[in-house]
Design a protein around this ligand. Sequence first.
Ligand SMILES: [Zn+2]
Length: 361
Amino acid sequence: MIKLSGNKLFRYLSVLLFLNSVTLPIKSSSDLAAWAIKANGILELRTKSNANLKAYFQKANQIYGDRFWVDFQGELKNPRTIKGNGPIKEIRLGKPKNGKTRLVVEFNEETYLNPLTWRMVGLDQNRWKIKLFNPQNSFEKIGEGLVKNRRDNIKANQKSIYKKKTDYDYLKLPEVKRNKFSVVIDPGHGGPDPGAIGIRGIRETDIVLEVSKIVANLLSKKGVKVFLTRKNEVDLALPPRVSFANNIDSDIFVSIHANASRGKRRDINGLETFYFRGWRGRLLAKRIQEQILRVSPGSPDRGVKQGRYYVIKNTRMPAVLVEIGFLTGRLDARRLEKRSHRKRLAYAITKGILEYLKKVG
Ligand SMILES: [Zn+2]
């Protein structure tokens, strides 16, 4: 079924229209339960039983690339944006209007698509699939939740329960040689510079100072010599943070920050870790990023990246700058406000540091 709007450039292709008699109350929770785009280019959805789905395709315009989206009944709790890879630019889960959920897949410019051949196939009462593209290069699976039914994949389900349990093993930290390593932890900002200000006024300086102190405490319990560049709300410029680390010649330098998005967009959340140079810096960033992601389920992985921040560029040892979430993001801010989550993040950062020291040191 093809719908044409007044402007013919905007061509909607209703990939399939499911109609049935079930009408849900407007304010019910989202019919979308889980989704995944597999490495073979197939999007799989799990919904409530007999859900009403509508799927559309729109060609690229000046603002957006080619987009495919599916509308569901019911509202999401956390609208969010998830970074894509390969042919997919990003996935957006949003609320086009009250009582509705929209899953948008936006493609990168160079992706070749053939939407005329697309068919959404119902696998059973609550599962659907549609082939969106043929992966030319590598594409890494993206998704949230378990798309398989419990009854038809008990093994996968057991695995996920097992995984959930082990997510809490963050409390177990690896052992390293005692009194061998020294680490500088740098809580970002401070004093008159509060850093990012987030939803409900939460301040970066407070959050990162607390997390840094817990990290320092955990590391010293493992026999690591730890130095904090600041221990309270003082105004500390960037050069002394760097020269301090360079003077004591610490093994590594870890600067802890929290993010804010331009325009304070609440749909932007996620974690990222920067390094400036060298495989050691990169490895340290990777280890920390892996661990902080584990304690922040659903928050997007913005990756390990090279960054030219002053403190990581001018320190002489492997140095990273970790962004533990967006204070302006709906999902991240709600978490960062909780002490329990800040503690989990501190454990995660500590674990990443210890894993690095164990491997390299
Ligand atoms: Zn910052």
